[in-house]
Design a binder for this molecule. Structure first.
Ligand code: AHR
Length: 321
């Protein structure tokens, strides 16, 4: 006779197996932009960690910063019949056709860290992003306080042309300094979110502005461009963080190192964990059939010299991504 214990054990094993099979059955295609910045590399690592925690089979396609590669990858994911598609859209426009194809194939799409411009927001399930206008505004307001009424010429390093964070962080910063007639943006150019381009463009700004002596502050749409620009400022014989104030966005370990060395002043944090909330929203949607809100907002936090940058650097480094 089969004992009660055995029946219980068998049913528990069956339940566990069913659970594991269900999680492992979920295959998600992630069209990632590339690896243009430290933040982007961290986002890719965190996405893998969050997928592993949930037993999701995450297939990542690196688009090398090209929209055409993203569109190709998305079509590939549709052909494979994945359960969902995550996209970090390199630019904001030009997605309607391929997203309509995903919808036709009944594959839910979630946008990660960047938004798109479309007349039909039914083409995606939700977007997990920060408020990128707010990030720029916080950076601008920080500068208004830091210069305390003194005249200040600002140079701006923009992110990738046509990307939602570049558009919004520019607007937000302009809003943040709008009340301060002493602050003017005198030069603004794209550094494509990369360290090397940030350095190259900053070298041009320094040359054009009396070796940098006319520049009071640098606003960079991400930390990597700021780190490249800091190098250019030092090579021009000036002190970043003092002769030229530096404020940027992302809060990656390298900017805290620069802050600890007095070479940068402030950064606005963007969490690299966009995938975690996206996996959870997708699961809830699949379980209940109820669509999540169109925007799942992640937090943005300002860090300054008052936040013990050396300690934050050690903590962030310790996270290992
Ligand atoms: O979309 C987020 C932005 O993309 C990050 O701020 C930047 O570092 C990255 O390249």
């Amino acid at each position: 006779m089969i004992s009660m214990k055995r029946i219980l054990l068998a049913s528990t094993v069956a339940m566990l197996c069913a659970g594991t099979a269900h999680a492992a059955d979920l295959t998600i295609g992630f069209s990632q932009i590339g690896s243009e910045s430290g933040w982007r590399a961290a986002e890719t690592s965190v996405s893998k960690i969050e997928a592993k925690k949930r037993g999701v089979d995450l297939k990542i396609a690196d688009a090398q910063q090209k929209q055409e590669n993203q569109i190709k990858a998305i079509r590939g994911f549709i052909a494979q019949g994945v359960d969902a598609i995550f996209i970090a859209p390199v630019v904001a426009t030009g997605w309607d056709t391929v997203l309509a194809e995903a919808k036709e194939a009944k594959i839910p799409v979630i946008l990660l860290d960047r938004t798109i411009e479309t007349a039909n927001d039914g083409l995606y399930l939700t977007a997990v992003t920060s408020d990128t206008v707010h990030e720029g505004k916080v950076a601008g307001e920080w500068l208004v306080k830091a210069v305390a009424g003194k005249d200040c010429k600002v140079v701006e390093l923009q992110g990738t042309v046509g990307s939602s964070p570049a558009i919004n962080r520019k607007k937000g910063f302009e809003d943040g300094i709008a009340s301060a007639s002493n602050i003017k943006i005198t030069r603004s150019q794209t550094g494509d979110f990369t360290r090397s381009k940030g350095k190259e463009v900053m070298e041009g700004f320094l040359k054009a502005e009396n070796g940098g002596k006319n520049i009071c502050a640098l606003y960079a749409h991400n930390d990597d461009m700021a780190v490249g620009a800091i190098q250019a400022i030092k090579e021009a014989g000036l002190k970043p963080g003092k002769d030229i104030l530096v404020v940027s966005v992302d809060a990656v370990p390298d900017i805290f190192k620069a802050m600890a060395e007095g070479e940068a002043n402030a950064t606005v944090e963007l969490t690299p964990n966009m995938a975690g909330p996206a996996f959870d929203a997708l699961k809830a949607f699949k379980d209940s059939g109820k669509a999540p809100p169109k925007w799942i907002q992640t937090e943005s936090k300002l860090y300054t010299q008052a936040d013990d940058p050396k300690k934050v650097y050690e903590e962030k480094k310790g996270l290992g991504y």
